[in-house]
Design a binder for this molecule. Structure first.
Ligand code: TYD
Ligand code: MG
Length: 472
C-alpha cells in the first residue's frame, strides 16, 4: 500500500495533492460509486444503472472542518442565529408560500418541471423583481443573453441590478458571483453546467453531482440563495442522480394539466418550511401571474345544478380547495365494464362501488363508470369518498343534488360516514366562496354552526343520499 502523502517526499515542499485520473462507475439513479462495472448498483440495487466516468481523484477536500465552516459553541447560540435567518420575499404571495414563507438566505432550491412549463419565465420574473434592490445573477446555459433580454423586454421586466450571464462554465459563474456577491444566483439549468475539475460531460451523473455540490458549498459559505432549474425525465422526476434532491435544501415541482394555463408549484422537500405547500399561477401573455383564489380553477360553472356533478372541499398543499367532482355512469356493452378514475385512486373507486352496491342498493356492476376531478388536480385524501358516491348516485338517477350542497367525508366499508381532518377550515372555505348548504360527516359538525350555512350532518351513506336528494 502506498502512503497517503507521497507527494511531499522532500522537506520544505508545500503539500500539494496530486490529481490522478481514474475510471469510476457512477449510478445514474443514486449517484453511488463503484470501482468496477457491475450489473447492479451496490448502493440502491438499481439494475444496469452504472456509467463509466473519468474522475479526477485526490483534489477533493479532505473531511473535517474547513476554514470556511463555522462552529457555534452550543445549541443556544445556533438557535439565536436561526432566529436572525433572513428571508427574501418574492413579491408574489403564492411563490412565498411554496417556498415556506420566502427565500432563505444561503439556501439551495431545485426547481423541476417539464420543458415549456414556465420555469425560466418564472425565475426571470422573480430575478428581475428582486433585482430592484439587490444584485441578482441569472445564469443560463440554455439561452443567449440577447434571447433572455428579449424575453425580459416582452415581459416588461426591469431589474436595475440584474446580471444576465450566458455560460455553461460553473467555474466562471461562481467566480462572477464571488466578485459581485449577489443575494440570489439562478442557474438555468443544472444539466447544462460543467465544472473544469470534473471531466465528464455536462448532464452526466458525476458532473451533475459535482456542480450541485459546488453550488451548495458556495451558498452555505456566502449566504447567497441559489435556485437551480432541473430538467425532468419522462416519468416526471428530476433528471440525474436521486442524490441531487438530498444535496439541496428545497425541492419544488412545477406541474400543470396538459393544455391548461394554470400551473401549480409544490414543495416536495423543504428544510425551511412545510412540504406539500401549493402555490398557484396562471400563464398569460405577460408571463406568470399568481392566482390568489385557486378554488375557482377547479369549479366548472354550470348555470344550474346538473346530474353527476358535486362540489367538494378537499385539502391539498396545506390549504382547502373547492373542487368539482364529476361522475358518469352508462350501461356497459362489454362483459367487463370500464372503470376510469381521473384525479382519484382507482382502487378507492372500486371500493366505493362495492360500498354503494352493498349499503345503498345502487348496483353499478353492469355500468361503465367514469369519474373526474375538474381542472386536472389529483387528490389522494379520503374526503373525496362521499362526494364521489353522491356524484355516482346522481348520475345513475339522472338527478342533480337538491340545492347544490358542498360535500366532504370519508366512507367506511360498513357504509358509515367518517369524519375528516380540518373540518372547520373546510367549512370556512365554502362559506367564503358563497355556498349556503353542506352535507358533512356528523363528527365534523362544529360546536357552534356558522351563520348563514345550512349544515346536514350525516352518519351513513343512506343518510347522505336522503339529504342529497331530499325534495326541495
Ligand atoms: P419557459 O419559461 O421557457 O419554460 P421552461 O423554462 O420551463 O422550459 O416557458 C415557455 C413557454 O411559456 C412557452 O410555451 C411560451 C409560454 N409563455 C407564455 O405563454 N407567456 C409568456 O409571457 C412567456 C414568456 C412564455
Ligand atoms: Mg427554460
Amino acid at each position: 500500500m502506498r502512503g497517503p502523502d507521497h507527494s511531499c517526499r522532500r522537506s520544505g515542499v508545500a503539500f500539494t495533492p496530486v490529481a490522478r485520473t481514474q475510471t469510476l462507475y457512477v449510478c445514474r439513479a443514486c449517484g453511488g460509486e463503484a470501482l468496477k462495472w457491475q450489473g447492479q448498483c451496490a448502493h440502491c440495487r438499481e439494475w444496469d444503472s452504472l456509467e463509466a466516468v473519468t474522475a479526477v481523484r485526490g483534489t477533493r477536500e479532505r473531511a473535517g472542518l474547513s476554514a470556511a465552516s463555522s462552529a457555534s459553541s452550543g445549541l443556544a447560540e445556533g438557535a439565536a442565529d436561526a432566529g436572525a435567518q433572513t428571508r427574501l420575499t418574492f413579491g408574489m404571495a403564492e411563490l412565498d408560500r411554496a417556498f415556506g414563507g420566502g427565500l432563505v438566505a444561503g439556501s439551495v432550491t431545485l426547481l423541476g418541471g417539464e420543458p415549456g412549463i414556465g420555469k425560466s419565465t418564472l425565475l426571470l420574473q422573480v430575478a428581475a423583481a428582486l433585482a430592484a434592490e439587490q444584485v441578482i445573477v441569472y445564469a443560463s446555459g440554455e439561452e443567449s443573453v440577447p434571447q433572455i433580454g428579449l424575453r425580459a423586454r416582452r415581459l416588461g421586466l426591469a431589474g436595475a441590478q440584474l446580471l444576465l450571464v450566458s455560460d455553461g462554465s460553473l467555474d466562471a459563474i461562481l467566480a462572477l458571483a464571488a466578485e459581485r456577491e449577489p443575494a440570489l444566483l439562478v442557474i438555468d439549468s443544472i444539466q447544462t453546467m460543467r465544472l473544469a475539475a470534473s471531466e465528464s460531460s455536462p448532464g452526466s451523473p458525476l458532473q451533475l453531482r459535482d456542480c450541485t455540490a459546488a453550488l451548495v458549498r458556495y451558498a452555505k459559505g456566502s449566504g447567497c440563495a441559489v435556485i437551480l432549474v432541473g430538467h425532468v425525465t419522462k416519468d416526471g422526476s428530476i433528471a440525474g442522480p436521486k442524490l441531487l434532491e438530498h444535496l439541496v435544501d428545497t425541492v419544488l415541482y412545477f406541474e400543470s394539466d396538459a393544455g391548461s394555463r394554470y400551473r401549480m408549484l409544490r414543495a416536495t422537500k423543504n428544510r425551511f418550511g412545510p412540504v406539500n405547500e401549493l402555490g398557484f399561477f396562471a400563464m398569460s401573455e405577460t408571463g406568470l401571474k399568481e392566482v390568489r383564489n385557486p378554488s375557482a380553477i377547479f369549479l366548472s360553472r354550470h348555470p344550474q345544478p346538473v346530474p353527476g356533478s358535486v362540489v367538494m372541499v378537499a385539502r391539498d398543499g396545506g390549504r382547502p380547495l373547492l373542487i368539482e367532482v364529476q361522475a358518469l355512469v352508462d350501461r356497459s356493452r362489454f362483459a367487463a365494464p370500464r372503470r376510469v378514475a381521473q384525479g382519484v385512486d382507482a382502487n378507492r373507486l372500486s371500493m366505493l362501488l362495492a360500498i354503494m352496491s352493498r349499503h345503498a342498493e345502487l348496483p353499478l356492476a353492469d355500468y361503465d363508470v367514469f369519474v373526474n376531478l375538474v381542472g386536472g388536480i389529483e387528490i389522494s385524501e379520503t374526503s373525496t369518498d362521499l362526494p364521489l358516491a353522491l356524484a355516482l348516485a346522481s348520475s345513475l338517477r339522472g338527478r342533480a343534488l337538491s340545492d347544490a350542497p358542498v360535500v366532504f367525508g370519508e366512507l367506511g366499508l360498513t357504509g358509515e360516514v367518517r369524519p375528516v381532518a380540518h373540518g372547520e377550515e373546510r367549512l370556512r372555505e365554502l362559506i367564503k366562496l358563497g355556498y349556503k348548504r353542506a352535507i358533512v360527516p356528523r363528527d365534523n359538525l362544529p360546536r357552534s354552526p356558522p351563520a348563514g350555512l345550512a349544515l346536514h350532518p350525516v352518519a351513513s351513506l343512506g343518510e347522505a343520499l336522503a339529504a342529497a336528494f331530499a325534495a326541495s
